[in-house]
Design a protein around this ligand. Structure first.
Ligand code: MG
Length: 164
């Protein structure tokens, strides 16, 4: 059986992963409405990945005899000032999720919950990738700045991103 403390922390993480999915889906709509379908594709794929992250925690709780408690999700923003500002928000959001995963790991250590520690190893690695991807796209955008043609080339590249 999973401890009540660990269970509450994992349920809170499920809500954060679904909230991430919701945020990225809203951003995908913003990009597609701004005629940047490649960025839209990248965020649709991200949104689906976040849903899968939530399901990993969901399945772990059920496998451990825990209780899944889904929470209400906050409504995400609908507009961003610019494409760059939206991507900056993705990076900040992923840094926030990384901090949240580290905090879960601290709880798993304190609770001596070894299966949850092992499950979290995957997420710790995943967050390195998530932050790197967002930081790389943001770096490209900063180099490009106001060059519209280059933004369209980056959009073309992001259109090729597929779900894993
Ligand atoms: Mg995630």
């Amino acid at each position: 059986m999973i401890s009540p403390t660990m269970q509450a922390a994992l349920n809170a993480q499920i809500a954060k992963e679904f909230a991430s999915s919701y945020l990225y889906l809203s951003m995908a709509a913003y990009f597609e409405a701004s005629n940047l379908p490649g960025f839209g594709n990248w965020l649709r794929v991200q949104a689906e990945e976040e849903r899968q992250h939530a399901m990993k925690f969901y399945n772990h709780l059920l496998d451990r005899g825990g209780k899944v408690q889904l929470a209400a999700l906050p409504a995400p923003a609908v507009e961003w000032q610019s494409a760059m500002q939206a991507v900056e928000e993705v990076l900040k959001h992923e840094e926030y999720i990384t901090a949240s995963i580290y905090s879960l790991y601290e709880t798993a250590l304190a609770e001596k919950d070894y299966p949850t520690q092992v499950m979290l190893h995957w997420f710790i690695e995943e967050q390195v990738e998530e932050e790197k991807n967002a930081a790389d796209i943001l770096d490209n955008m900063k180099r490009i700045e106001a060059h519209e043609t280059a933004i369209l080339m980056l959009d073309h590249r992001l259109a090729k991103r597929e779900a894993e």
